[in-house]
Design a binder for this molecule. Structure first.
Ligand code: AMP
Ligand code: ZN
Length: 136
């Protein structure tokens, strides 16, 4: 089921323009209109889902495979030195478009991207308490 108000569903349907770079039966990939580095692209499932909480496991797998394919092509065509995959889930995590997508961002040794935070120090007891909350 696709969502009539969703801009990425409109791209899937061909109702909004996009620079498509890859497609298969379950996914499409296209250039991000506001790239963080040269070549920054997005991979999305054709089927609408809001984000990581909602995406079907099959679509999640297809997007992962398509992201790998695109990352290797970026390495081969752009000669980039690395790639970041990024997914944001909900506004608190910076999600702005509510159709599941993975950013595939080519990285170059001299590019301007920097991590937006720095790792915190944590006591062993705190790590153990958090781990206990997460375990089944
Ligand atoms: P996020 O903030 O993780 O939800 O990522 C949304 C991304 O979609 C941003 O990087 C936007 O630049 C990008 N974006 C928004 N509208 C379009 C569009 N019409 N075509 C291509 N990329 C888009
Ligand atoms: Zn959608």
């Amino acid at each position: 089921m696709n969502d009539g108000d969703c801009i990425f569903c409109k791209i899937v349907a061909g109702e909004l323009p996009a620079e498509r770079v890859d497609e298969d039966g379950h996914t499409i990939a296209f250039m991000d209109i506001n790239p963080w580095t040269r070549g920054h692209a997005l991979v999305i499932p054709r089927e609408h889902s809001r984000n990581l909480y909602e995406v079907g496991e099959d679509d999640l797998g297809h997007v992962a495979v398509a992201s790998k394919r695109l990352a290797r092509r970026m390495r081969d065509r752009f000669g980039c030195h690395g790639v970041n995959l990024l997914n944001s889930c909900e506004p608190a995590a910076w999600q702005t478009v509510f159709h599941f997508h993975v950013h595939v961002i080519p990285r170059f040794r001299d590019d301007p991207l920097r991590l937006p935070g720095s790792p915190l120090k944590a006591e062993a007891a705190e790590l153990a308490a958090v781990a206990a909350e997460l375990r089944d």
